[in-house]
Ligand binder design. Sequence first.
Ligand code: SF4
Length: 191
Amino acid sequence: MDRVVLSRRGFLRLSAGGAALGGLAALGVDLRPAIVRAQALRLQNAKPYPSVCPYCAVGCDTVVWSANDQIVNVEGDLRSPINHGNLCPKGAAIYQLHVNPNRVTDVLYRAPGGDSWQKIDLDKALDMVADRVKKTRDATFVEKSDDGKTQMSSLEIFSLGGATIDNEWNHLQQKLLRGLGIVAIENQARI
Ligand code: SF4
């Protein structure tokens, strides 16, 4: 995986640039018009597309600006009754997620006991997950408990949902898991 490594010299150069801008602001120079102008230039010829932040169930509305088939900016949607144009730090970094050269875009698999990752096809990864779920469920499904009560469940599989899972997906996920007899079903969202 490619990584962006900032040299000590590059870091100092960037820091000096930031300090210079900070210094101008400290001297009373109003940078806002320059910032607005820079943003306007960046969005020139770009088209806005309404979207939703992918991160959490608050569902803040965004505007994704695209030019020449490239995303050039992502910002909060001022028209939104949910976030009124605001985004939390995570949402405000959506654009950086998109352009980040360190972003992982392949399925990576590390075999049990292995010390390295290998790229595999998404279809192959899904088949591997399905195989493991079926194998574990079949091996651990209990029809009756020790005292003869009907149990019909497997306690050896745990499902953790994410905050971006919507109602429909949650519904299907519950149906699938409960159909398999899995009862340990959780979600990391606590909003
Ligand atoms: S992660 Fe932040 S910006 Fe995104 S939906 Fe949640 S609160 Fe809104």
